[in-house]
Structures are given as structure tokens and as C-alpha cells.
Design a protein around this ligand. Sequence first.
Ligand code: AMP
Ligand code: GLY
Length: 450
Amino acid sequence: MPTRVLVVGGGGREHALAWKLAHEPGINEVVVAPGSAGIATEPRVRAVRLDAQDPEAVVALARASSVELVVVGPEAPLSVGVADALRAAGIPVLGPDREAARLETSKAFCHQVAAAAGVRMARARAFAGGEAGAAIAFVQVLAAGGAGAVLKADGLAAGKGVIVTESLEQAVALVPSFLVRRPADVPALVIEERLSGREASVIAICDGTRAVALPAARDHKRLCDADRGPNTGGMGAYSPLPDLDDAAVERVLDAVHRPILAEMARRGTPFRGFLYAGLMLTADGPALLEINVRLGDPEAQVILPRVAGTLGPLLLAAARGAIPDGTPARVPVLPGAAVGIVLAAKGYPGDPRRGDPIAGIDAARAQGALVFHAGTVGRPDPPGGFGTNGGRVLTVTGRGADLAAARDAAERAADAIAWDGLQRRRDIAADLPSPRAAATGEPAGLGVPA
Ligand code: AMP
Ligand code: GLY
């Protein structure tokens, strides 16, 4: 059981992590860096300003705070080697080394690893600068087979580098924009066959070889109700999923997480951290759309409140590469459901307006909802108040006996919060799939390696 933990990051996901850990018996302090004034309102949580993308600064803070475990929230610090530096300093860290983080930072690398591991993804090809002709030809091949194209920039793009095209003409017209001024020897664009179905996030805590699943969740990525408007980092989430039950989650571990872990270990770059499989539940079964190398945001804000008992010991064991044999394949969960609604600032997902005073956080909490801070800043007036300071500002999580009750709780609490220009969806967890859909989401899809 760790007693002191450092959480790297400062968004809603990191607030949820800090909240969960700080409430566990045995925890004396959770340091969040950079965190925020809002996150630091949790008991036993301290925020320390720091550049989370400076590996040496993170190591120095971990040492100075005598933490026994570091959990890295966002992908950016992982992609610059924060976990490598902590490991080199002998500090247990849950989060992959830079090389393993390429599963998220490079779509082309993810496809290579998945293919080697026998994990089904959408049909795809990668193209470098100067290959616009070949890329357009591939779009035409997909179209001839009746499939649309999804264009993905290779490299981190904060959820904004993907275009799901609506027509052959649109795809052909957009291809060159991904390839101009890009080198001829590195993939710049991955083109995928467009799949359809509902998405699901299955995130597992991994120690290099073993994987333990957190409850499945579903994000709502578009800005507006009925999945309209631009893609965002995520506007709300719910858990559990009627169409991906516990048995299906375990099959996903077998079909995705474990083969990926085995392939990464075989390459000499074992994966320790949260392995996030972004799935499309197609009529032929689940297919892997993407891997993230961290918890999801806002998924974490609905997943972590559902976890029963302590998480700290499992996170530490995974960081040490030593999840005990015999650990159940799924983290124990509380009965019931959680629904999280993201409240975003005016202008999001473009340039968000900052400085709008936020009202109603205490009123939302008084109803029993969890309010996780992301883009907020402390304000002196009223004392202890907060203002907007980023795109996604808060996540309001409601809990209940089932998804309908949790949704009601989240909606009511979100209604209590207001600021000028607040944007949010009103249909998070409103259109639930039938449990029957789970039955179609089974076997054919994910190729279990022979
Ligand atoms: P990614 O960053 O790869 O997860 O893509 C962002 C979003 O684009 C996903 O959450 C899906 O909504 C959508 N998307 C990605 N790949 C595909 C695909 N092959 N078919 C349909 N939609 C996709
Ligand atoms: N909610 C999607 C993500 O964290 O990437």
C-alpha cells in the first residue's frame, strides 16, 4: 500500500485519480503536479506547480516529496520520457516509457504492433510526404469496396488530427493537406477504412505482462447533442455499458490487451501503465480503433468512482512489474452506475474564453454529485471561488442504482452550475443501447492470435 503518491497532470482525470487515492486508507498525501487550486481542495491533496513535461523536474519533485509511486495522467509527459526518467531514478511509476508511449503518439506504429500481435484494427495504410497519389489511390480502393475513409495525422494531435470523411470527394480533397511539407521517409498520414458502430473504452492496468481491466466506459466525443458538431477531447461518459458486459470485457483483454502486451515485451519495450483500447463495436464484433497509453478523460471521472476498495496497491504492483498471480482479471466494482457530464467554456474546442466566474459548484456537490476540476483557476471573489481557465472546465459525475438514475443525478447537478457561455451536452447516456447488442458484438471481430 503506497502512503504517498504523485499524480502528474492537472485535468479532470487527474482530479479523479487524486480524489480516489486520497480517500483510500493508508494514504497520507497525494501530490498533484501541476494540479490546480480546485484539485487541491480535496483533503490530503497538495498541488505543486511544475512543468509536467520536464522529466528532471518531475524526478526532483518525486524525491523531494518522498512519494512511493508516481502515476502519470496525460500522454504528453509520457511522450517526452517522464516515465523513463523516473524509472532510471528507481522511482516506481505507472505509465509507459517513451518508446511504448508510441502506441498512442504514432497511429502507424500502433497498426504495426497490432498487426504483429494479431489484433484486429480497421484496414489501413500509412503514407509519408510525397505519397499523395498513393494515398488517394487507397481512398479509391476503399470506396470501391463500399467503405468510407478516415484520415489520421500521425503524431499527437489532442483528438483533433482525425477526420471521418463523409464522401470519396471530401477524402480525396483532404488528403494533400496532411502531406504537404512532410518528410518523405516518415509516415504522416494513416488512412483507415471507416467502421460503424458504438464506441467503447476498455482500460486495463498493466505491469508489462499482466492486465487487470477497469470497468468499461463510453465517451461522447462530439461537441453537440446527437453526436453533431466538431470532435472534442470528450464531452461526457458513462459506465457500465449495456452492450459490453463483464464477460465481453474479459474477452477484450484476451483479444487486445494481452497480445499487445506480449508483442511490446517481445520488442524489449514492455508496457507498464494504463492501456486504453478504444473500440468500435461493429456488427462483426469489436475492432480496435486506437490505443491510448493512459486513462481516458472523461472516462476516468466515471470509472474511478465505480471502483470498490483500494486501487493504490494494484497501481503500485503494476508500476513494479509485479501484479500478483491470481489477481482477478477485473478490478472489483461497486454496484450501480456513473454518468459524467463535461462542462466546457465558451469557444471550446477552439480557443476557449478564460476568466468567466463559475457559480454553483457547492450546490452541485451538496446534491451528492462529484465535481472534478479541469480548466479552472481560483478567484478571490467570492473567497474560494473559481473561474474558467481552459476548454473543458469541469466534469460533473452523478451516481445511481442504474444508468438512468446516475444520468438524472448528473443532469440535476450540472443544472446547478453556471457561467457565461457554458457549453454542455444534454444527452450523455440518454440513448442507451439494448443489452442484446452485446450478443452481436462478440466473436468474429477481434482476431485472437492463432
Ligand atoms: P482516434 O483518435 O483514432 O480514436 O479517432 C478519433 C475518433 O474518430 C474516434 O473516437 C472515432 O469516433 C473516430 N474514428 C477513428 N477511427 C475510425 C474508423 N476507422 N472508423 C470510424 N470512425 C473512426
Ligand atoms: N476520452 C478520450 C480520451 O481520453 O482520449
